[in-house]
Design a protein around this ligand. Structure first.
Ligand code: NAP
Length: 343
């Protein structure tokens, strides 16, 4: 077997010298190097910002969505949406493990990869089913996990689709667990969506009875969804691109104090300023949304004289898979909702 780099740089075709994620094209030959794992893929969970964009581009037509997805992989050797730059993750069964791979995987293990599809060598032989309402796509195909690639073995106490949908956004509740302190005021923008609901649950748990957790949903429907699970102290819905309206609402709900932590979980552009304006000076804005623009956030905060700490939504933080699956185990209603909506 050929020797591979732990980060997968041996698969980069262009441009030369970059890592697989920023690369435009990677080698998706399904013959493994000595430190790689070959996976028979069952389902792709396309990142929400990416799927929303593809769906829009396809005019909602499923056959067109398939064509766009196949085109992306054919061109890049991976499913990195060229318009959003984002990926998603997958579940599948380990088929082969390289002779020098250091890890506890063996053929037959059912896993979810926790590294982005935007860097994962992938071959799609056939798209079997597209489920636009949950951004999941069943395929016949294979993928490669690099030595450095993180994964979770699928838990035995919940269906694979349920675990996949939650693990897709595992960074968000886990970062929330780390950022929110007892007594904090926390705003979750997009609080009625998948990552938003998990963040609300985790924020409430960490902020405790002396804290205040506020759910800003995108519509009445997702507001009601969060409310039905009793995940926050305050709920409302608003267009998060309207920064001033959001600010006024948060001033009202916090008696002008604003929030210690603002978590952005939306899947659309231009919500940076709503997040920044609602945060106290020295507070934290956590941008989990992949539609966030660094330029808009940095220049926007400067433009309104806000000294806030802005955290880029790293999809990984230690223990993220365990923290996320634990949210579902602890909250029966959340688990049931995830099962009904996303699994
Ligand atoms: P989701 O379930 O689709 O939730 C997105 C939420 O945004 C929805 O609840 C939606 O509300 C809300 N929203 C949309 N437009 C809005 C607006 N104008 N004003 C206020 N709210 C609005 O998505 P998700 O799976 O939780 O993912 C959320 C984001 O995280 C996406 O951008 C995704 O790409 C990103 N992500 C990041 C990582 C990472 O590693 N950082 C990993 C995975 C995903 P309604 O339902 O009411 O319309």
């Amino acid at each position: 077997m050929k020797k591979g780099c732990p980060y997968g740089t041996h698969r980069v075709i262009s441009p030369k010298g970059v890592l697989p994620q920023p690369a435009d094209v990677i080698d998706n030959t399904m013959e493994i190097y000595d430190n790689e794992v070959l996976i028979d893929v069952k389902t792709l969970n396309i990142d929400s910002a990416s799927f929303t964009e593809i769906e829009k581009r396809a005019g909602g037509d499923v056959e067109e969505i398939k064509k766009i997805m196949l085109g992306i992989v054919e061109k890049a050797g991976k499913h990195k949406n060229p318009w959003t730059g984002s990926g998603g993750m997958l579940i599948g069964t380990v088929k082969e493990v390289g002779e020098n791979y250091k890890g506890d995987l063996k053929p037959g293990d059912e896993i979810a990869t926790l590294v982005s599809l935007s860097l994962t060598p992938l071959v799609i032989e056939e798209i079997l089913d597209v489920r636009p309402d949950i951004d999941q796509v069943d395929i016949k195909g294979q993928a490669i996990l690099f030595q450095s690639g993180i994964y979770a073995k699928l838990p035995k106490d919940m269906p694979a689709g349920l675990a996949l949908s939650a693990l897709d956004v595992a960074g968000a509740p886990a970062q929330t667990a780390k950022l929110v302190k007892p007594g904090d005021r926390v705003l979750v923008i997009g609080g009625g969506g998948k990552s938003g609901l998990l963040c609300l649950y985790e924020a409430k748990k960490r902020a405790g009875v002396t804290g205040q957790v506020i759910c800003a949903a995108g519509s009445q429907k997702s507001e009601d969804r969060a409310k039905s699970l009793d995940l926050a102290d305050e709920y409302f819905h608003i267009d998060a691109t309207d920064a001033v309206a959001m600010y006024n609402k948060i001033v009202e709900l916090t008696d002008g104090e604003l929030c210690d932590v603002v978590i952005n979980c939306v899947n659309i552009e231009n919500t940076e300023m709503a997040s920044i304006l609602c945060c106290k000076d020295d507070g934290i804005v956590y941008f989990f949304s992949m539609a966030t623009s660094f330029t808009k956030a940095a220049l926007g905060a400067e433009g309104v004289g806000k000294d806030v700490n802005m955290v880029v939504g790293n999809g990984y933080t230690k223990g993220h898979a365990e923290i996320t699956l634990q949210c579902l185990r602890e909250h029966e209603g959340l688990k049931k909702l995830f099962q009904e909506m996303y699994a």
